[in-house]
Unconditional design. Structure first.
Length: 392
């Protein structure tokens, strides 16, 4: 991150996450505006996956055809415009359509800036992606903290409208600063976009797709279930229950921002094996032990689980961006296309995994369900050699 262009790109990752997360802590107020039940609200939110899937399948090809500048700006308009609009709505059908648009904008921005990151990284053998994703995680965590502090003090509309407006202006300024290094459009006939090309150009890398899904499963599961687990099985208050996930995200930020230094010393395959086995095993043991200990001492059980969440976050921290980079190097397609296709497959896989975890939690317990993503993280160790060889 030692050039003005890379610092601007890092700022773009940060500000994208900051804006994206701005409305999520205000979900209770949005749900109240719509007058729907918790289950209905959850179902409405889940439809963003439909927009994401459409976007992931097509945006990589659009970036290749029109260049990353137009796609970043257009996706920012869709994303932040939809988030600003959604806080004004009281109609469920309007919210549904707006949420699909948010899914489109989110995945379009994700594909565009990651495609630019892979272009910037090039074939120099650098480990730039984890650091950029570390800045994304830092932006998401910062936004969650700021939004949490503003909730109850500043109105929903004023908070989200002002913040998203400022974020959009920042995106435009950063894109202007990056103008000399942005991925240009491909004017060749082979790059022409069509609906047919979305499917005929789809190149599925099963090894990288499975490894990518297994690498991020614990992150999604922790975000969905950590607070519920702490409250229902460890008997902690609602406010305290958010700490394990916060520690998990904080650990991911540390891991992503420092992994390039460790990689220089020990090598990527060694780090993947040690990190994922240690992180997944520690998280798994902390959940099991935490539940048992909490029966007599809830606080100690909670502390054990919180420590396990931190170690689990370190274990999973650098995997997703590293696997994304490896998948790009294994493919003949452009970086944006690889990111989009990898994300599209991952969206389907994660939907299935989330359903399995949810029903396991329903039938058994949340603690038992969290064993599933822990084991999945450990299994990424079997892909260590393939991931490293792809980056050589």
């Amino acid at each position: 991150m030692n050039t003005p262009q890379r610092r601007a790109l890092g700022a773009l990752f940060f500000i994208y996450a900051f804006g994206l997360m701005s409305w999520i802590p205000r979900f209770p107020e949005i749900k109240k505006n719509l007058g729907v039940s918790l289950g209905e609200f959850g179902s409405l939110i889940s439809f963003s996956a439909l927009g994401s899937l459409v976007s992931l399948l097509s945006v990589g090809l659009l970036v290749n055809r029109f260049g990353v500048r137009k796609l970043i700006i257009s996706s920012a308009i869709i994303l932040f415009g939809s988030i600003m609009l959604v806080v004004h709505l009281h109609n469920t059908w309007q919210f549904l359509l707006c949420n699909i648009a948010i899914g489109i904008g989110t995945s379009a921005m994700h594909t565009s800036i990651n495609g630019q990151a892979l272009h910037e990284q090039g074939d120099k053998g650098e480990n730039l992606m984890p650091r950029l994703h570390g800045l994304w995680s830092l932006g998401a965590l910062t936004s969650a903290v700021v939004s949490g502090l503003l909730a109850g003090r500043v109105s929903l509309v004023a908070h989200v409208d002002l913040l998203c407006g400022v974020v959009f202006i920042c995106v435009l300024l950063l894109v202007h600063r990056l103008r000399e290094s942005l991925l240009p459009p491909n004017k060749s006939k082979e790059a022409a976009f069509s609906i047919k090309s979305v499917f005929t150009g789809f190149d599925l890398d099963w090894k990288m797709s499975v490894a990518f899904t297994f690498a991020i499963a614990l992150e999604f599961a922790t975000g969905d279930w950590a607070a519920i687990f702490s409250k229902e099985q460890l008997h902690m208050s609602a406010g305290v229950s958010a700490i394990p996930y916060a520690l998990f995200v904080f650990a991911m930020i540390i891991g992503r921002l420092t992994i390039h230094k460790l990689n220089e010393r020990w090598g990527l395959a060694f780090l993947i094996r040690r990190f994922v086995v240690t992180g997944g095993t520690t998280f798994l043991i902390s959940v099991i032990v935490g539940v048992e200990v909490s029966k007599n001492s809830p606080l100690i059980g909670f502390v054990i689980t919180a420590v396990g969440s931190f170690v689990g976050g370190l274990g999973a921290s650098f995997l997703a961006p590293t696997i994304m980079d490896s998948a790009n190097k294994r493919s003949k397609s452009s970086g944006a296309v690889v990111v989009g296709q990898l994300g599209a497959v991952n969206t389907v896989f994660i939907f299935i995994i989330k359903s399995v975890i949810a029903w396991t939690a329903q039938i058994t317990s949340v603690g038992f369900a969290l064993i599933i993503p822990s084991v999945m993280l450990i299994c990424v160790a079997f892909s260590a050699q393939i991931i490293e060889e792809a980056r050589r």
